[in-house]
Ligand binder design. Structure first.
Ligand code: FAD
Ligand code: DLZ
Ligand code: SF4
Length: 519
């Protein structure tokens, strides 16, 4: 027997990873593998696969330059799954045990836990200490609480990390949350930040060719590809965002515009989630910009909250509730996913813009995900698994631990309010207020019952009406139900008829040749 076999997965590309820290390059070996099962468990966007394979190949080279022996299998080696790669390497090196860091998804975690029996080798699964709150700590925080609310979790994380805390233990600026300041519409007066773009090197070019060969039918454009694929590039992208984007991040956090797909968002999630940046270093970099006077508190607090708040919170909820969470569908949403989520063939300007950005970049910013494609799926009552699989496939940052709670909990309210208290259902008015889309849209955002009315408007009232029993007594929705009840009966009927008509149009089979888009 000779040493351990260290398994590093495609979203574990961090040089301080716990399983690397527990091994010795002089004795132990590393295995990394591009495999069919991981690349196809949903039909990932081509850019997502390119990012992961290229970042993996670069990371393997970095490990080799530090003296590690790395067995690296490319997709051309034809291995079906991670277990096959581990079995092959372990046999070759006569490894005494496998060491790995806990993985991000339930499905693979279950598989790894079966390896001691399957591969007849002990497997050590170490904590993923890149997260600031481990699974046990989150379970502890959640236990005994009637309701889980991100805001309280976030405050505890601020106290734990000391981020934006004064020496006497108070939040900087005297309040925890500056969200009320973060709702400006973008009027074009501020120069855009634009994420840093990197030219593909020979490794990335080879990966692009491999992805086109093996996954030609997957969704999305493979080029131009410009995401960071090395730690060095990710650090450059981080500094670029801190300089250019962060100062305006807060003000325009909820804005949308046809003029730009990124506004002042960081576009760092693909790098953070595959391990090229740690959440902790990103937050400390942002806090430093506040203390050095380069970015205002509303921006820095808002940014840090997304990471030590939302990101850690959804991960905690995922591991606390899986595997049952995946089957939740409390609003009984079963409608098919409209085909325009894939081809963008819809007259709805806000939706076609979000799908175009998604296809081009494997990215859409949070408000497009939440209030456009997400809101529409909620209002249409799209099948929860179908919309979950869409979000998991189309974004370069998508892994189930973060995508599922956002989709199933935050967007679809399918967990009955476990993650967030009220559904984010909204009419076209919200989109009109926060974007410039409606001006170029053939639909009229100011009406709900006419043939050219904005679909969000009629569908919104249909949603309110069909879930009356569930939400009418919800303290934060009572006002909406009062407005609905006060509305003229004929108008209400006309709105519902229009919504029914739209819903019927969507029952056409996906893939059917459509001269006219359904919406
Ligand atoms: P920024 O706006 O610059 O925010 C900074 C960072 O905060 C992000 O990089 C991310 O790490 C973190 N963050 C922000 N919001 C969230 C959130 N709600 N949950 C977790 N982390 C957050 N994020 C993913 O990383 N992967 C996903 O698969 C994913 N799926 C989503 C699905 C839906 C339906 C919705 C509504 C949101 C989803 N998000 C997901 C959250 C969020 O939209 C993305 O993190 C964000 O758009 C990434 O872009 P950015 O790096 O420019 O983020
Ligand atoms: C997402 C992904 C893809 C597309 N391909 C691979 C791969 O070939 N090899 C690998 O080790 N990891 C890949 N990943 C990331 C894994 O799916 C991820 O580690 C698990 O989903 C757990 O988060
Ligand atoms: Fe979207 Fe409605 Fe505005 Fe058109 S009118 S862009 S569908 S919100």
């Amino acid at each position: 027997m000779s040493g351990k076999l260290v398994l590093i997965l495609g979203d574990q590309l961090t040089d301080t990873l716990s399983c690397l820290a527990a091994a010795d390059p002089k004795r132990d070996k590393v295995v990394m593998a591009e495999v069919l099962a991981e690349a196809t468990y949903v039909r990932h966007h081509k850019k997502k696969i390119i990012l992961i394979f290229s970042a993996m190949r670069h990371f393997a080279d970095t490990l080799r330059s530090k003296g590690w022996h790395v067995d690296y299998f490319t997709i051309n080696d034809g291995l079906p799954d991670i277990a096959a790669a581990v079995a092959r390497s372990a046999a070759q090196h006569d490894s005494e045990r496998i060491v790995t860091t806990e993985c991000g998804e339930w499905r693979l975690d279950q598989d790894i836990r079966s390896w001691p029996e399957q591969l007849k080798l002990p497997v050590d699964i170490l904590t993923d200490d890149r997260f600031l709150c481990d699974k046990a700590q989150f379970a502890d925080w959640a236990s005994g609480r009637k309701q889980l609310r991100m805001e309280y979790f976030y405050r505890d994380m601020r106290r734990q990390t000391g981020l934006l805390m004064t020496p006497d233990g108070k939040p900087e600026g005297g309040q925890w949350n500056f969200d009320a300041e973060n709702r400006k519409r973008f009027d074009g007066s501020r120069p855009l930040a634009r994420p840093m773009q990197f030219t593909p090197d020979a490794i990335t070019d080879a990966v692009i060719a491999d992805v086109e060969t093996h996954f030609p039918d997957h969704f999305g454009d493979s080029t131009p590809f410009w995401l960071p694929v090395t730690r060095k590039q990710a650090r450059q992208a981080l500094t670029h965002f801190m300089d250019k984007g962060l100062p305006a991040f807060g003000d325009y956090q909820d804005a949308m515009t046809s003029a730009d797909d990124f506004l002042f968002h960081s576009v760092l999630s693909p790098a953070i989630n595959c391990g090229l940046l740690t959440p902790s270093e990103v937050c400390h970099a942002a806090a430093e910009r506040y203390y050095s006077g380069h970015a205002p508190l509303n921006a820095v607090e808002g940014f840090i909250r997304q990471i030590i708040g939302w990101r850690e919170y959804v991960r905690g909820i995922y591991w606390l509730t899986m595997p049952g969470y995946l089957d939740e569908n409390r609003l009984e949403s079963h409608a098919p996913l409209p085909w325009f989520y894939w081809d963008g063939n819809t007259r709805m300007r806000c939706v076609s813009e979000a799908v175009r950005a998604t296809r081009e970049h494997a990215y859409a910013h949070h408000i497009q995900r939440l209030m456009v494609t997400g809101n529409l799926a909620l209002l249409l009552g799209v099948d929860v698994k179908a919309i979950h699989e869409w979000y998991l496939a189309v974004y370069a940052d998508a892994y189930e631990w973060v995508e599922l709670p956002n989709t199933l909990g935050m967007v679809m309210h399918a967990d009955g309010g476990y993650l967030g208290s009220k559904p984010y259902a909204a009419s076209g008015k919200y989109i009109q207020r926060m974007s410039d889309y409606c001006a170029d849209c053939p639909y009229s955002v100011s009406t709900a019952e006419q043939d050219n009315s904005c679909p969000f408007n009629s569908l919104y009232w249909h949603f309110i009406q069909r879930h009356e029993k569930r939400f009418a007594n919800h303290p934060r929705m009572a006002m909406i139900y009062r407005s609905w009840e006060k509305m003229d009966g004929k108008k209400r009927d006309a709105i519902l008829r229009r919504a029914e008509k739209l819903l019927t149009r969507l029952k056409r089979k996906p893939g059917e040749a459509e001269l006219e888009p359904p919406l």
